[in-house]
Design a protein around this ligand. Structure first.
Ligand code: GLU
Length: 337
Protein backbone atom coordinates (compact mmCIF):
# COMPACT_ATOMS: atom_id res chain seq x y z
CA UNK A 1 0.00 0.00 0.00
CA UNK A 2 1.26 3.47 -0.82
CA UNK A 3 0.93 5.89 2.11
CA UNK A 4 -0.62 9.19 1.04
CA UNK A 5 1.96 11.92 1.45
CA UNK A 6 1.59 14.23 4.38
CA UNK A 7 -0.50 17.37 3.95
CA UNK A 8 -0.93 19.59 6.96
CA UNK A 9 -2.48 23.00 7.49
CA UNK A 10 -2.11 25.93 9.79
CA UNK A 11 -5.61 27.36 10.18
CA UNK A 12 -5.53 30.73 11.92
CA UNK A 13 -8.38 33.14 12.26
CA UNK A 14 -7.20 36.54 11.01
CA UNK A 15 -6.66 38.34 14.30
CA UNK A 16 -3.91 40.81 13.38
CA UNK A 17 -1.36 39.42 15.75
CA UNK A 18 0.37 36.11 16.16
CA UNK A 19 0.11 34.51 19.60
CA UNK A 20 3.13 32.42 20.65
CA UNK A 21 0.78 29.43 20.94
CA UNK A 22 -0.39 29.87 17.34
CA UNK A 23 3.20 30.35 16.22
CA UNK A 24 4.13 27.08 17.96
CA UNK A 25 1.21 25.37 16.16
CA UNK A 26 2.32 26.83 12.81
CA UNK A 27 5.90 25.76 13.47
CA UNK A 28 5.02 22.16 14.41
CA UNK A 29 2.92 21.84 11.24
CA UNK A 30 5.76 23.29 9.19
CA UNK A 31 8.38 21.06 10.83
CA UNK A 32 6.28 17.98 10.24
CA UNK A 33 5.68 18.85 6.59
CA UNK A 34 9.35 19.64 5.96
CA UNK A 35 10.51 16.54 7.84
CA UNK A 36 8.26 14.24 5.82
CA UNK A 37 8.61 16.01 2.48
CA UNK A 38 4.88 16.76 2.63
CA UNK A 39 2.90 19.94 2.08
CA UNK A 40 2.24 22.81 4.48
CA UNK A 41 -0.91 24.72 3.59
CA UNK A 42 -2.12 27.98 5.10
CA UNK A 43 -5.89 28.11 5.52
CA UNK A 44 -7.32 31.36 6.76
CA UNK A 45 -10.47 30.69 8.78
CA UNK A 46 -12.09 33.97 7.85
CA UNK A 47 -15.78 33.15 8.06
CA UNK A 48 -16.36 35.68 10.83
CA UNK A 49 -17.25 38.79 8.78
CA UNK A 50 -16.57 41.23 11.60
CA UNK A 51 -12.97 40.25 12.05
CA UNK A 52 -12.22 39.81 8.41
CA UNK A 53 -9.94 42.71 7.52
CA UNK A 54 -7.14 42.38 4.94
CA UNK A 55 -4.67 44.50 6.96
CA UNK A 56 -4.88 41.98 9.80
CA UNK A 57 -3.87 39.22 7.42
CA UNK A 58 -0.86 41.18 6.22
CA UNK A 59 0.46 41.18 9.78
CA UNK A 60 0.04 37.42 9.98
CA UNK A 61 1.80 36.78 6.65
CA UNK A 62 4.63 39.12 7.62
CA UNK A 63 5.23 37.37 10.94
CA UNK A 64 5.12 33.93 9.32
CA UNK A 65 7.74 35.16 6.85
CA UNK A 66 9.82 36.64 9.65
CA UNK A 67 9.86 33.24 11.38
CA UNK A 68 10.78 31.58 8.07
CA UNK A 69 7.61 29.45 7.97
CA UNK A 70 7.01 29.33 4.24
CA UNK A 71 3.80 27.70 3.09
CA UNK A 72 3.07 25.75 -0.09
CA UNK A 73 0.78 27.22 -2.74
CA UNK A 74 -1.52 30.18 -2.22
CA UNK A 75 -3.30 30.60 1.11
CA UNK A 76 -6.77 29.09 1.14
CA UNK A 77 -9.59 31.35 2.30
CA UNK A 78 -12.31 29.46 4.08
CA UNK A 79 -14.87 32.11 3.14
CA UNK A 80 -14.59 30.90 -0.49
CA UNK A 81 -16.07 27.54 0.54
CA UNK A 82 -19.39 28.91 1.81
CA UNK A 83 -21.51 27.21 -0.87
CA UNK A 84 -19.88 23.89 -0.18
CA UNK A 85 -20.53 24.27 3.57
CA UNK A 86 -24.17 25.04 2.82
CA UNK A 87 -24.47 21.99 0.57
CA UNK A 88 -23.09 19.72 3.28
CA UNK A 89 -25.54 21.09 5.83
CA UNK A 90 -28.44 20.65 3.37
CA UNK A 91 -27.37 17.09 2.70
CA UNK A 92 -27.05 16.22 6.41
CA UNK A 93 -30.57 17.59 6.88
CA UNK A 94 -31.80 15.55 3.93
CA UNK A 95 -30.28 12.38 5.38
CA UNK A 96 -31.89 13.02 8.76
CA UNK A 97 -28.52 13.40 10.49
CA UNK A 98 -29.27 16.99 11.43
CA UNK A 99 -32.39 18.98 12.23
CA UNK A 100 -33.77 22.52 12.00
CA UNK A 101 -34.28 24.74 15.04
CA UNK A 102 -36.57 27.72 15.43
CA UNK A 103 -35.78 31.04 17.09
CA UNK A 104 -36.41 29.49 20.53
CA UNK A 105 -33.88 26.77 19.78
CA UNK A 106 -36.64 24.18 19.58
CA UNK A 107 -36.47 21.35 17.11
CA UNK A 108 -38.85 21.74 14.16
CA UNK A 109 -39.81 19.41 11.34
CA UNK A 110 -38.49 19.75 7.83
CA UNK A 111 -35.54 18.59 5.81
CA UNK A 112 -34.89 21.69 3.71
CA UNK A 113 -32.47 24.35 4.82
CA UNK A 114 -34.59 27.41 5.56
CA UNK A 115 -33.32 30.96 5.92
CA UNK A 116 -33.44 32.17 9.47
CA UNK A 117 -33.14 28.71 10.99
CA UNK A 118 -30.23 27.16 12.79
CA UNK A 119 -29.29 23.51 12.25
CA UNK A 120 -28.03 21.08 14.84
CA UNK A 121 -26.23 17.82 14.21
CA UNK A 122 -27.91 14.88 15.93
CA UNK A 123 -25.20 13.02 17.82
CA UNK A 124 -27.38 10.18 19.12
CA UNK A 125 -26.69 8.71 22.54
CA UNK A 126 -25.34 5.25 22.11
CA UNK A 127 -22.19 5.61 20.08
CA UNK A 128 -18.54 6.04 20.94
CA UNK A 129 -16.17 8.14 18.87
CA UNK A 130 -12.59 6.95 19.09
CA UNK A 131 -9.39 8.08 17.48
CA UNK A 132 -5.68 7.82 18.09
CA UNK A 133 -4.22 11.20 18.82
CA UNK A 134 -0.52 11.20 17.93
CA UNK A 135 0.27 13.21 21.07
CA UNK A 136 -2.39 12.16 23.56
CA UNK A 137 -2.84 8.53 22.57
CA UNK A 138 -6.11 6.69 22.29
CA UNK A 139 -9.11 8.99 22.80
CA UNK A 140 -12.68 7.94 23.33
CA UNK A 141 -15.85 10.06 23.61
CA UNK A 142 -19.39 8.84 24.34
CA UNK A 143 -21.94 10.60 22.15
CA UNK A 144 -24.37 10.54 25.09
CA UNK A 145 -22.12 13.11 26.76
CA UNK A 146 -22.08 15.42 23.73
CA UNK A 147 -24.88 17.85 22.96
CA UNK A 148 -26.49 18.12 19.54
CA UNK A 149 -24.14 20.83 18.35
CA UNK A 150 -24.97 23.69 16.02
CA UNK A 151 -23.52 23.35 12.51
CA UNK A 152 -25.40 26.22 10.86
CA UNK A 153 -26.44 29.55 12.32
CA UNK A 154 -29.77 31.24 11.69
CA UNK A 155 -27.88 34.10 9.99
CA UNK A 156 -26.91 31.68 7.21
CA UNK A 157 -23.32 30.89 8.17
CA UNK A 158 -21.54 27.65 8.98
CA UNK A 159 -20.12 27.18 12.47
CA UNK A 160 -16.43 26.54 13.14
CA UNK A 161 -16.89 22.77 13.57
CA UNK A 162 -18.72 22.32 10.27
CA UNK A 163 -16.45 24.53 8.17
CA UNK A 164 -13.26 23.19 9.74
CA UNK A 165 -14.33 19.54 9.32
CA UNK A 166 -15.53 19.89 5.73
CA UNK A 167 -12.45 21.82 4.66
CA UNK A 168 -10.07 19.34 6.28
CA UNK A 169 -11.79 16.52 4.40
CA UNK A 170 -12.05 18.38 1.08
CA UNK A 171 -8.42 19.49 1.22
CA UNK A 172 -7.32 15.92 1.98
CA UNK A 173 -5.54 17.06 5.13
CA UNK A 174 -3.74 14.00 6.53
CA UNK A 175 -2.83 15.42 9.96
CA UNK A 176 -4.57 18.13 11.99
CA UNK A 177 -1.87 19.44 14.31
CA UNK A 178 -3.28 22.10 16.64
CA UNK A 179 -3.71 23.31 20.19
CA UNK A 180 -5.19 21.17 22.93
CA UNK A 181 -8.01 23.69 23.41
CA UNK A 182 -9.54 22.23 20.23
CA UNK A 183 -9.55 18.63 21.45
CA UNK A 184 -13.24 18.72 22.40
CA UNK A 185 -14.21 19.66 18.84
CA UNK A 186 -12.44 16.62 17.33
CA UNK A 187 -15.17 14.05 18.14
CA UNK A 188 -17.82 16.41 16.75
CA UNK A 189 -15.86 16.99 13.55
CA UNK A 190 -15.33 13.23 13.28
CA UNK A 191 -19.10 12.61 13.54
CA UNK A 192 -19.77 15.16 10.79
CA UNK A 193 -17.12 13.67 8.52
CA UNK A 194 -18.30 10.11 9.10
CA UNK A 195 -21.87 11.11 8.31
CA UNK A 196 -20.62 12.58 5.03
CA UNK A 197 -18.61 9.47 4.22
CA UNK A 198 -15.42 11.50 4.49
CA UNK A 199 -12.30 10.51 6.40
CA UNK A 200 -11.12 12.61 9.35
CA UNK A 201 -7.43 13.53 9.51
CA UNK A 202 -5.12 12.04 12.10
CA UNK A 203 -5.19 14.40 15.06
CA UNK A 204 -2.24 15.65 17.07
CA UNK A 205 -3.26 18.02 19.88
CA UNK A 206 -0.32 20.00 21.16
CA UNK A 207 0.11 20.71 24.87
CA UNK A 208 -1.07 23.92 26.43
CA UNK A 209 1.46 26.72 26.97
CA UNK A 210 1.60 27.93 30.57
CA UNK A 211 3.35 30.74 32.46
CA UNK A 212 5.56 30.47 35.56
CA UNK A 213 2.48 30.00 37.78
CA UNK A 214 1.43 27.08 35.57
CA UNK A 215 -1.55 29.07 34.30
CA UNK A 216 -2.60 29.11 30.66
CA UNK A 217 -0.87 32.01 28.90
CA UNK A 218 -3.10 35.03 28.88
CA UNK A 219 -3.00 37.92 26.48
CA UNK A 220 -3.54 40.39 29.33
CA UNK A 221 -1.04 39.03 31.83
CA UNK A 222 1.74 37.51 29.75
CA UNK A 223 3.92 38.46 26.80
CA UNK A 224 2.37 36.42 24.03
CA UNK A 225 2.72 38.43 20.83
CA UNK A 226 5.35 37.33 18.31
CA UNK A 227 5.29 40.83 16.79
CA UNK A 228 6.16 42.31 20.19
CA UNK A 229 9.08 39.91 20.62
CA UNK A 230 10.37 40.90 17.18
CA UNK A 231 10.03 44.58 18.03
CA UNK A 232 11.86 44.09 21.33
CA UNK A 233 14.93 42.65 19.63
CA UNK A 234 14.57 38.88 19.53
CA UNK A 235 16.04 37.12 16.52
CA UNK A 236 13.76 34.84 14.49
CA UNK A 237 16.30 31.98 14.73
CA UNK A 238 16.17 32.17 18.54
CA UNK A 239 12.38 32.37 18.54
CA UNK A 240 11.98 29.35 16.23
CA UNK A 241 14.53 27.27 18.12
CA UNK A 242 12.85 28.09 21.43
CA UNK A 243 9.28 27.50 20.18
CA UNK A 244 10.30 24.09 18.80
CA UNK A 245 11.05 22.96 22.35
CA UNK A 246 7.58 23.78 23.67
CA UNK A 247 6.30 20.22 23.80
CA UNK A 248 8.96 18.59 21.65
CA UNK A 249 12.45 17.53 22.64
CA UNK A 250 15.18 16.03 20.48
CA UNK A 251 16.23 12.49 21.42
CA UNK A 252 19.80 13.68 22.18
CA UNK A 253 18.54 16.56 24.37
CA UNK A 254 20.68 19.17 22.62
CA UNK A 255 18.42 22.20 22.81
CA UNK A 256 20.17 24.92 20.84
CA UNK A 257 20.60 23.83 17.25
CA UNK A 258 19.96 25.12 13.73
CA UNK A 259 16.47 24.75 12.33
CA UNK A 260 17.70 22.35 9.58
CA UNK A 261 18.68 19.91 12.32
CA UNK A 262 15.33 20.34 14.03
CA UNK A 263 13.58 19.57 10.73
CA UNK A 264 15.67 16.42 10.36
CA UNK A 265 14.91 15.21 13.92
CA UNK A 266 11.31 16.33 14.37
CA UNK A 267 8.58 13.76 14.83
CA UNK A 268 5.08 14.09 16.25
CA UNK A 269 5.49 10.91 18.24
CA UNK A 270 8.15 12.71 20.33
CA UNK A 271 5.73 15.48 21.31
CA UNK A 272 4.82 15.40 24.97
CA UNK A 273 1.27 15.98 26.25
CA UNK A 274 2.32 17.75 29.49
CA UNK A 275 1.78 21.54 29.59
CA UNK A 276 4.83 23.41 28.32
CA UNK A 277 6.24 26.34 30.30
CA UNK A 278 6.79 29.40 28.10
CA UNK A 279 9.90 30.66 29.85
CA UNK A 280 10.98 34.13 28.71
CA UNK A 281 14.27 33.83 30.64
CA UNK A 282 15.13 30.74 28.68
CA UNK A 283 14.17 32.51 25.48
CA UNK A 284 16.57 35.33 26.49
CA UNK A 285 19.29 32.79 26.93
CA UNK A 286 18.63 31.40 23.43
CA UNK A 287 18.62 34.92 22.02
CA UNK A 288 21.98 35.70 23.66
CA UNK A 289 23.40 32.60 22.05
CA UNK A 290 22.14 33.56 18.59
CA UNK A 291 23.24 37.20 18.95
CA UNK A 292 26.76 36.06 19.80
CA UNK A 293 26.83 33.74 16.84
CA UNK A 294 26.21 36.60 14.37
CA UNK A 295 29.13 37.93 12.36
CA UNK A 296 29.84 41.65 13.01
CA UNK A 297 28.14 42.53 9.71
CA UNK A 298 25.05 40.46 10.54
CA UNK A 299 24.95 41.98 14.00
CA UNK A 300 24.93 45.50 12.55
CA UNK A 301 22.12 44.59 10.15
CA UNK A 302 20.05 43.01 12.92
CA UNK A 303 20.65 45.99 15.22
CA UNK A 304 19.88 48.63 12.57
CA UNK A 305 16.16 49.15 13.35
CA UNK A 306 17.01 49.62 17.03
CA UNK A 307 19.98 51.99 16.69
CA UNK A 308 18.62 54.24 13.94
CA UNK A 309 15.16 54.87 15.40
CA UNK A 310 13.90 57.98 17.16
CA UNK A 311 14.62 56.64 20.66
CA UNK A 312 18.40 56.72 20.46
CA UNK A 313 20.60 59.14 22.47
CA UNK A 314 22.48 60.10 19.30
CA UNK A 315 21.28 61.96 16.24
CA UNK A 316 20.42 59.84 13.25
CA UNK A 317 23.17 61.53 11.20
CA UNK A 318 25.78 60.59 13.82
CA UNK A 319 25.08 56.88 13.51
CA UNK A 320 28.00 55.15 11.80
CA UNK A 321 27.55 51.44 11.02
CA UNK A 322 31.30 50.92 10.60
CA UNK A 323 31.88 52.00 14.21
CA UNK A 324 29.17 49.63 15.43
CA UNK A 325 30.69 46.85 13.35
CA UNK A 326 34.04 47.29 15.13
CA UNK A 327 32.27 47.17 18.48
CA UNK A 328 29.88 44.37 17.52
CA UNK A 329 31.63 41.48 19.32
CA UNK A 330 31.85 43.51 22.53
CA UNK A 331 28.22 44.63 22.34
CA UNK A 332 26.90 41.19 21.42
CA UNK A 333 28.57 39.77 24.52
CA UNK A 334 26.67 42.14 26.79
CA UNK A 335 23.10 42.18 25.49
CA UNK A 336 20.14 39.78 25.60
CA UNK A 337 18.09 41.56 22.97
N1 GLU B 1 -9.03 28.39 13.38
C1 GLU B 1 -8.70 27.74 14.60
C2 GLU B 1 -8.07 28.72 15.56
O1 GLU B 1 -7.88 29.85 15.22
C3 GLU B 1 -7.77 26.56 14.39
C4 GLU B 1 -8.50 25.36 13.90
C5 GLU B 1 -7.68 24.10 13.67
O2 GLU B 1 -6.44 24.16 13.64
O3 GLU B 1 -8.30 23.05 13.50
O4 GLU B 1 -7.78 28.40 16.69
Amino acid sequence: MIEPSVRVRFAPSPTGYLHVGSARTALFNWLYARHTGGEFVLRVEDTDEDRNRPELLEVLFELMNWLGLDWDGDPVFQSNNRDRHRDVVASLLGQGRAYLCDADNERIDGSDLLDGHAVRFEVGNDATVTFDDLVRGSMSFETGALEDFVIWRSNGSATFILANAVDDADMAITHAIRGEDLLSSAPKATLVMNAMGMAPPTYAHLPLLVNESRKKLSKRRDDVSIGDFRDRGYLPEAMVNYLALLGWGPPDETEIRPVEEIVALFDLTDVNSAPAFFDVEKLDHFNEHYLRALSPGEFVRAAEPFVTGSNTPWAKADYDPTVLETLAPEVADRVST
